[in-house]
Every structure is written in C-alpha cells, then in structure tokens.
Design a protein around this ligand. Structure first.
Ligand SMILES: Nc1ncnc2c1ncn2[C@@H]1O[C@H](COP(=O)(O)OP(=O)(O)O)[C@@H](O)[C@H]1O
Ligand SMILES: Cc1ncc(COP(=O)(O)O)c(N)n1
Length: 268
C-alpha cells in the first residue's frame, strides 16, 4: 500500500488540518501518517487558541515516521512559526523526501491568522524550494508574489512569478473568486486552467487542506502531477457536492461520500 505523511495542525472540529488530511488520504486509498505542528482549539466559527509543538518534538515525530514507514508523498499544511518550518525543511532534506506538496496556509477561512508574519519569509526560503507543487489561494498568492490579484490575467502572472522564483509548480486556487472554481496551474514554463464547477455550498471549511492532501495521495500512488491535480479537483467536488451541513459557521465537508468510477475501484 502507498503511504503519505501530513505535517500540519490539528483542527478540533475535524474539518481542516490533520483531520481533513487523514480522511482525504484514507478515502483516496493511501495509508496516512501524521506529524502534528500545533493543536488548535477550533470550530466552524473560528480558531480560539493555538498550542504549537516544540521544534524538537516536531522533529521527533518526523524521524519516527521516516525511520520506519518512508512516505511516498508528504503534504505540509499549517506551520505557524519559523523554527518549526526550519525543522521540517531540514528533516525533509536529510531524508530526501519525495513528492512534497506545500499548502501555504496563512489565514483560516474564518479569518484567524495561522502563520506568523515573520514566518512567511522562512516558508518562502526554506520550504517552497523543496516543493513539487505549492497550492496558494488568492490571498496567499498575493503575499507570495507581491502582486495584487484582481483578474484572471493577474492569476496567470502571479502563478508564473511564484513558480519562477521558487522553482516549483504552482496551483493557484480560485475558490475565492465569485463565479467559478477554476484553478490555474503553472509548471516548467507552461500554464493551464483546471476547471471546476462551482458548487453552491457555503460549507468550505478545509477545502484547501483537502485539495492538497488529495494531490499528495495521488502523487503517492504514482500519478504525474497534472493528473494528480485533476483527480484531486474531482475529489473536492465530490466532497463539497455531498452537501454536509454541520455547525454554526462555515462547516466541514463530507468525505464518506459515494466514490464512483476509477476511485471506487482503487480503494476497494
Ligand atoms: N464552492 C466551490 N465549488 C467548487 N469548488 C470549490 C468551491 N470553493 C472552493 N473550491 C475548490 O476547492 C479548492 C480549495 O480552494 P480554496 O477554497 O480557494 O482554498 P483555501 O481553503 O486554501 O482558501 C480549489 O480547488 C477550489 O477551486
Ligand atoms: C489546523 C488548521 N489547518 C488549516 C486550516 C485552514 O483551513 P482551510 O482549508 O479551510 O483554508 C485550518 N482552519 N486549521
């Protein structure tokens, strides 16, 4: 069985972070492992408190995983502090980790800041150059590219700039635009759109986490990056389309929806 490691924060309400990653990887037929960067006391209305792991303890979790069950892919989500980012980057370099997907989580859907301001630079310098693909949403891409993104053309320019600056592929997610759910993919000097049908579901807590861990799962299974992204888009559409409605705020998605076609055959 193929394996994947999520290095991310825990979300007590189960919709985002480590919990979303475990559900997504499992549903995508991959054995999931974790290294927890922080605990959050969080629900669908917001983040109430954050308790970071110490850098030493985070390093020990990563060692424990790599020395025993070497992951076929690694997804990195919320890492709030520079010291934690540095430990992750060092370990991934030392172990020569494969298929690294970086979701540069900065602000939760509810508006809470999940990455300290001074840590943005560390993330850019230390983690992005290790990534096979980075998956910013529009506000995150504005920070990484230093450009305002107001139009489709701005999305193309920002994705190209991020890719060329950090030497990785970029999937710039359009979930925050009004009319569609089209994401722009740029790699090796070429770009194209991954089109998604916008689903009228206000419950989008954990969409970014889910998409990035679905991409990591597909890379772990041996799919090339563009196909891994396409399948991850199909997965997120299924999870949003299952129309779960829980909690008082932006609720989580349903992962145990009926998988069809290719997916169903693989995970059975
Ligand atoms: N209402 C929606 N309908 C369909 N796809 C969506 C919707 N909202 C977000 N997505 C998709 O979910 C993925 C995560 O996007 P986004 O919500 O922008 O990320 P984040 O959670 O990091 O802000 C993207 O592929 C995006 O296109
Ligand atoms: C622990 C943790 N990690 C990440 C997110 C971002 O969630 P989203 O995918 O909705 O942007 C979150 N709210 N909590």
């Amino acid at each position: 069985m193929r394996t994947a490691l999520s290095i991310a924060g825990s979300d007590s309400c189960g919709g985002a972070g480590i919990q979303a990653d475990l559900k997504t990887m499992t549903m995508n037929g991959v054995y999931a492992m974790t290294a927890v960067t922080a605990l959050t006391a969080q629900n669908t209305t917001g983040v109430r408190a954050i308790q970071e792991a110490t850098p030493e303890f985070l390093g020990q979790q990563i060692d424990a995983v790599f020395e025993d069950i070497f992951p076929d892919a690694v997804k990195i989500g919320m890492v709030s502090a520079s010291e934690l980012i540095r430990v992750i980057a060092k370990k991934l370099r030392d172990y020569e980790a494969k298929h690294i997907v970086v979701d540069p989580v900065m602000v939760a859907t509810s508006g809470s800041v999940l990455l300290k301001t001074d840590a943005v630079e560390t993330l850019e310098k230390e983690l992005l150059p290790l990534a096979e693909v980075v998956t910013p949403n529009i506000p995150e891409a504005e920070i990484l590219s230093g450009m305002a993104i107001k139009t489709k053309e701005d999305m193309l320019a920002a994705a190209e700039k991020i890719s060329k600056t950090y030497g990785c592929a970029v999937l710039l997610k359009g979930g925050h635009s009004i009319n569609d759910a089209n994401d722009y993919f740029y790699a090796n000097g070429e770009g194209h759109w991954f089109e998604g049908k916008r689903i009228e579901n206000p419950n989008t807590h954990g969409t970014g986490c889910t998409l990035s861990s679905a991409i990591a799962s597909n890379l772990a299974k041996g799919y090339e990056l563009p196909k891994a992204v396409k399948r991850a888009k199909d997965y997120i559409s299924g999870a949003l389309g299952a129309m779960l409605d829980l909690g008082k705020g932006s609720g989580p998605m349903k992962h145990a929806f009926d998988l069809t076609g290719e997916f169903a055959k693989e995970v059975r």
